[in-house]
Design a protein around this ligand. Structure first.
Ligand code: GLN
Length: 310
């Protein structure tokens, strides 16, 4: 696994060059390989040249641009991405997600755009059923970078949050992101397996979200090396059928959730029926499915029955 390369870009005057020179450099980099959208993402995040500015340079190639980092640095990162397949988010050390900028380094899953919807679903569910207050206690199982935990803690600053992960490195990075967004005090970081480190709060968790590893082994083996060889298998691989973690989470949900508490899950694009069956089989009620940005059923919600776990 690659060491993080996100040393701060050198301070000092911004390197300046003509639009024409930058566009030429861009074409030369694409000749090395890689995708234009990825290179433009790098130019934006590390170079400070957004997509709109890039389009304007095409119209005015004689104009001058100021880069936030030297071209040599951008080039070194791009070559590492093309040559060693290092994810750009690890190389620049950050990832924009919802209205947040999260730090990411090897050892955590890079937050995905589809997971942004899990936050909206949680907020909507709670708005409909929560009676005008935040959940007293919520948890994020398998927090990784802490993306979901940061978003929920910002939405519900007076609730007690819990971010659980098996990986100490993930908890370290999640803690950094919670700190950076001013919500470290609202969220406990707990190391261990799914519900287990929450045992003292079983029966009191009013809302629990999780984006667990759900990729079936054969699919994981065929993933792009930029994902498979660099992002943690612990965060992606859900055993042979992809359902191992989802099964473990469903199995203990009724006991761990507060009576009437909600569980909200992300899963693979073809697991909706299987996950609904797991949730119903575990004694949960009001099981629903929701689509992702491509219209595929990617999320599930379910509720613990109102009567307490015996
Ligand atoms: N959505 C991620 C991907 O396809 C997988 C995330 C996960 O397994 N939880 O790369």
């Amino acid at each position: 696994m690659a060491a993080p390369a996100h040393s701060a870009p050198p301070s000092g005057p911004c390197p300046q060059l003509s639009g024409e020179a930058l566009l030429l450099w861009r074409r030369q980099q694409l000749d090395l390989g890689g995708e234009a959208t990825a290179l433009d993402w790098l130019l934006d995040l590390e170079g400070g040249i957004g997509w709109q500015q890039l389009q304007q340079l095409r119209l005015n190639p004689n104009s001058t641009v100021s880069l936030r980092a030297p071209l040599e640095r951008l080039q070194a990162l791009w070559q590492r991405h093309c040559g060693q397949q290092d994810p750009l988010q690890y190389l620049v050390g950050q990832c924009p997600w919802r209205d947040l900028t999260l730090k990411v380094a090897p050892g955590v899953l890079i937050p995905r755009q589809e997971t942004e919807l899990l936050v909206d679903l949680a907020l909507e569910l709670w708005q409909q059923h929560g009676g005008g207050r935040g959940p007293r206690r919520w948890a994020d199982l398998g927090t990784g970078s802490g993306c979901l935990a940061v978003a929920l803690a910002r939405a519900w600053p007076h609730s007690q949050g819990n971010a659980v992960d098996q990986s100490p490195e993930a908890l370290r990075q999640a803690g950094g992101n919670l700190q950076a967004h001013g919500c470290a005090d609202a969220v406990a970081l707990l190391q261990g397996d799914w519900w287990q480190p929450l045992q003292s709060q079983w029966g009191e968790l009013e809302l629990v979200v999780s984006n667990p590893p759900y990729i079936p082994r054969a699919v994981w083996q065929g993933l792009d090396p930029v994902v498979r060889d660099h992002e943690p298998a612990l965060a992606l691989l859900g055993g042979d059928d992809g359902l191992e973690a989802l099964r473990a989470i469903a199995a203990r949900a009724r006991q761990a959730l507060a009576p009437g508490g909600w569980l909200l899950l992300e899963h693979h694009h073809d697991q909706s029926d299987a996950v609904a069956a797991l949730l119903k089989g575990a004694g949960l009620v009001q099981v629903s499915a929701y689509p992702d940005l491509e219209g595929k059923r990617r999320f599930a919600s379910a509720r613990a029955p109102e009567q307490a776990w015996a």
